[in-house]
Design a protein around this ligand. Sequence first.
Ligand SMILES: C[S@@+](CC[C@H](N)C(=O)[O-])C[C@H]1O[C@@H](n2cnc3c(N)ncnc32)[C@H](O)[C@@H]1O
Length: 337
Amino acid sequence: MNKDNLKQFFTHHYEVLRPFIDTYRVESDIIVDPFAGAGHLLRLFEDVETFAIDIDPDVEPDLVADSFVDIPTFSNPLIITNPPYSHRHVLQKQDPKLYELVTAAGYTDLYEYSIKRIIDQLWPVPIFALIPENFVASRTTKLRKELYDHVRAMQIHVDSTCDDTTQPTIMVYLTPEKVEHTDLWLDDKFKEKVVIDKNGFRPDLPQCENCVDFGMKPDQSQECLDTSILLQATDGGSEQNRIKLMRVYDRFDSKHFHNKISDRAYIQIVPHFPMTEEQIQTLIVEFNQWIDDWRESTHGLGLTSFRGNIGGFRRKRLDFKLARQVINRIMADQITL
Ligand SMILES: C[S@@+](CC[C@H](N)C(=O)[O-])C[C@H]1O[C@@H](n2cnc3c(N)ncnc32)[C@H](O)[C@@H]1O
């Protein structure tokens, strides 16, 4: 059995989950992990019978089975799991059959399919699921659209819970009953009640007139290009090197655009009208303040995950759609001609 294909990263640091689970768990006769691996999550339950299912006999589960199709029925169970994750593009190479299944179901990641298969087979049942924080943070998660009003509570993990992946994770507690609010925890501390909707934590910004282009267009005036404003749309490898607006020459050895600055990490922002130095500075300062405040107020869940967690710094990406909305709003409020 190929361990890479099975996504055998185990929840080595499970103690952080204990206060969260103890706060919400309902009484049940048995705790079941349908993707149990070496059973780390089941160690959190000392007072009740547990049952481990895994497709890999080498991890010595109570039952060897394919949980995508074959989870047995239990009386009054509670489910806890850290299912296999894998973006479907990775599956396409590693496991074309599974790629087809995940894609046909409309999901982009295997974790979404895994949770859906548990629900299809066992619902209504309470589920603790350790899943990528992109369940909330990504703009386009199908599983969130299906389950957002069943998330009774969620716990963000500042440090990685697994030694073998840096994918930022949350634990969500899904209940069969619909909920109006979600309790949000940061590690072992309850923080606040929040509302997650179909779109996750997208900000509610007013629609403003579009005042900028992203990247070079054939008819841009030299004057506008000369404003040379650069968006770094992804976090770098340290807390200081984060998403921000700056001048092109603060990052590159060039006053204007050059072909290094047209990818998902960097893009030149070209206004539709020439801006004064003062206006440019206002835009940069206000944008950078907004993005830092937004990151903090949403505990990072307002921005998509990008390339994992470096020592507690959960790296993020800002999509161009949101970047454009924020820039246009600042221009409308502060930079009228
Ligand atoms: C990410 S690991 C998590 C293990 C454990 N829940 C933990 O948190 O430590 C996912 C586990 O799912 C198992 N798995 C993968 N596909 C499976 C399937 N179709 N049915 C059952 N188990 C599967 C893998 O063998 C692996 O042990």
